[in-house]
Design a protein around this ligand. Structure first.
Ligand code: ADP
Ligand code: NA
Length: 339
């Protein structure tokens, strides 16, 4: 029996998030002291890699940290992420300085290390990183040239490619993006809307799809359904499947080879929403780990529904807890909640 290993490469960001708990966010010229300080591992690349690992997927992260970020690398190893391709360079790690008030106000200043902390994008390195990889997962917190280099090489090798365009790329970048190289696009409703504005299909070009009668009477879902239909019938996403997350309203998916858009409500929570940070990353990682179990084959509607159910349940458990990376649940507890 021939067995081709499935392994996910995440080329993405690793950051240090520093939280300062303050009575009020600081004003110009003011000095205030904090009541509490917390340092957490972050970055969408790191969060999503952890989610793939917690979901049971074999995953490696390509990125860079400064010498102040070696604890972050050890953290990732603890979660089961392969860190052999993370370089430690003589710079400071990218970070976000976040002021949080008791009223829930926040104020964030960031240090994007983009240029300095970039591992090499030389074709030889990209090819080496992609050797033995079945799935490539990208976000938009690294230099654009890197994203394009990994995507194009991966596509040429027949690797399944997944892109979470967060933060949303510039209009010109979206216009010139090699959409044909992209297998899966994972967006939230805001990102879907931005993409639609820039690369949306002409809604006059296709039959307007009726909102399914058995779906919830919810404007968020209605609006996203219409956006997604325009995107999926447009020229750019002709070969790309799309997952669109809708916060507490759940998730929509347009999957190539399946006739209808799928809808899944958000998971029922045990208790209150505590912290939605990282929910999208959790859903993305779980979804990709689930995809890896199906190899490259066309998903049936039942398989796709199972995958969404798993991902939505994991994301729901993530919002039940504080933090982003540290609130991503393990597969066994997600499975237990589903059964
Ligand atoms: P992002 O953080 O990227 O904006 P979303 O807010 O859409 O992503 O959240 C991603 C997923 O997390 C949702 O599709 C949903 O499954 C889950 N989720 C988010 N907020 C809630 C909530 N309040 N209750 C239950 N699930 C939630
Ligand atoms: Na959380």
């Amino acid at each position: 029996m021939s067995y081709q290993a499935r392994r996910c490469l995440v080329r993405g960001s690793l950051n240090i998030d520093e939280f300062f708990y303050v009575q009020d966010v600081v004003r110009p010229g003011q000095t205030i002291s904090s009541t509490k300080f917390e340092r957490r591992a972050g970055g969408k690349g790191a969060n999503q890699a952890v989610a793939v690992a917690r979901a049971g997927g074999d995953v490696s992260l390509v990125g860079a940290v400064g010498e102040d970020g070696t604890w972050l690398v050890r953290n990732l190893e603890g979660y089961g992420v392969s860190t052999a391709n993370i370089s430690v360079v003589q710079e400071v790690t990218g970070r976000a300085i976040i002021q949080l008030t008791p009223q829930g106000e926040n104020c964030i200043s960031g240090l994007a290390q983009g240029g300095k902390l970039r591992p090499s994008n030389l074709p030889n390195d990209v090819e080496r990183h992609l050797t033995g990889i079945s799935h490539l997962l990208l976000q938009n917190e690294i230099p654009w040239a890197s994203t394009l280099a990994y995507l194009e090489h991966a596509h040429a090798r027949g690797i399944v490619t997944i892109f979470n365009p967060s933060p949303v790329p510039a209009d010109a970048q979206l216009h010139a993006f090699p959409w044909a190289a992209l297998s899966w696009l994972i967006v939230n409703e805001g990102e879907a809307d931005s993409l639609h504005r820039v690369i949306g299909g002409n809604s006059g070009n296709h039959k307007v799809e009726e909102y399914p009668v058995n779906w919830p009477d919810d404007n968020i879902v209605r609006l996203a359904f219409s956006t997604l239909n325009n995107l999926r019938h447009g020229e750019h996403l002709a070969s790309t499947s799309v997952v669109c997350t809708l916060g507490a309203a759940g998730v929509l998916a347009s999957i190539r080879g399946l006739e209808d858009v799928l809808y899944f409500p958000a998971a029922a929570l045990e208790g209150d929403v505590r912290d939605t940070t990282g929910a999208g990353d959790c859903l993305t990682g779980y979804f990709v780990a689930g995809l890896m179990e199906f190899r490259n084959k066309q998903l049936s509607e039942d398989e796709a529904a199972g995958l969404l159910r798993l991902s939505v349940q994991a994301a729901g458990m993530c919002v039940e807890k504080d933090g982003a990376m540290e609130s991503i649940p393990e597969r066994v507890v997600v499975d237990a909640r589903l059964s």
